[in-house]
Structures are given as C-alpha cells and as structure tokens.
Write a protein that binds this ligand. Structure first.
Ligand code: HEM
Length: 137
C-alpha cells in the first residue's frame, strides 16, 4: 500500500466516525463528547488527509521516515480521542496516560512531518544542483 492511500483511508474512517458522533450528539441533544468529535474530525480527517495530499504530491517513492510519520498520526488520534471519550463518559482518569500517549504520538507525527518536508527540500535542492537524490530511508 502507498502512503497516500493509507492516509486517505484512515482519514475517511475518521470522518465517518466523527460525523456519526456529531449526528448522534445532535439526536440525543447531549454534547458531552463535542471535544472528542472535534478531535476525531480535526486530527483524524483533516490532518491525515493533508498528510496524504502532501505525500501524494511529493515527487519520490514512499520512505521509512514517511511511514513512521503517518503511522504515528494514525495511532495518535484514536488513542487520544478514545481516552478522552472514556474520561468524559465515566469521569475516571485512570486512562489519562492513553490520552497523553495519543497526544504525544500526534505531536511526534507533526515533528516527523517537518523532518519529511526538510528532507524533501534537501533532495529537491540536490536535484536542482545536478546531484543524485539520495535513495531515501
Ligand atoms: C455530519 C457532520 C457533522 C455533524 C453532524 C456535526 C455536529 C456537531 C455538533 C452537534 C457539535 C456540538 C455543538 C455544540 O456543542 O453545541 C459539533 C461541534 C464541533 N464540530 Fe462538528 N459536526 C460535523 C462535522 C464536523 C467536521 C467535519 C469538523 C471538523 C473538520 C467538525 C468540527 C467541530 C468542532 C471544532 C466543534 C466544537 C467542539 C467543541 O465545542 O468542543 N465537525 N459538531
């Protein structure tokens, strides 16, 4: 599977979950999970789709750094939003570490995204100067 397909598939699953939760909240008129809904949509749908668009537009093959980057993003938002949902519904903070782990994975994914962009910029610079682009890792 290619990185963009993985990103768009994950993003679509997130959008389906987030929108369904939004409709469910509206029907029940209970907005306890509004922050969970917002983060599924923003970290899951919007952010993963943007990662996918970037990787699709990059003129290179998939790299291990790229997979690590999108993997952290795809693992981060379900952990964070799942942990948040549990805490909001039960008031139990026992799984605060799950929320923290999800948030840190999401942050790591964005930091790795910066690394991906800088690496691509370096490759493009090497190509423009007539050098051979590095094979990628
Ligand atoms: C079927 C589509 C959607 C439905 C039915 C829906 C429904 C809702 C509802 C009922 C609320 C709570 C409003 C309130 O607290 O009074 C809400 C809040 C929110 N929604 Fe959606 N939504 C949808 C899609 C989206 C999408 C695609 C995004 C972002 C990309 C989004 C982002 C947000 C945000 C940021 C909030 C505010 C959360 C908060 O106040 O904590 N929603 N939505």
């Amino acid at each position: 599977m290619r990185i963009p397909i993985f990103c768009f598939g994950t993003a679509a699953l997130a959008a389906l979950s987030g929108m369904s939760l939004g409709i469910f909240m509206g029907i029940r008129q209970d907005f306890t999970l509004a922050p969970v809904h917002a983060h599924i949509n923003l970290l899951g749908w919007v952010t993963m789709a943007l990662y996918g668009l970037y990787h699709r537009g990059a003129r290179r093959g998939d790299t291990r750094l790229g997979w690590a980057q999108v993997g952290c993003g795809a693992a981060g938002f379900p952990l964070m939003t799942g942990g948040l949902a549990y805490e909001f519904l039960t008031g139990d903070t026992a799984f605060l570490w799950v929320i923290s782990a999800g948030a840190l994975l999401s942050l790591a994914s964005m930091a790795l995204f910066l690394a991906v962009v800088l690496r691509d910029a370096g490759r493009e610079g090497a190509g423009a100067a007539g050098g051979q682009p590095s094979p990628g890792w």
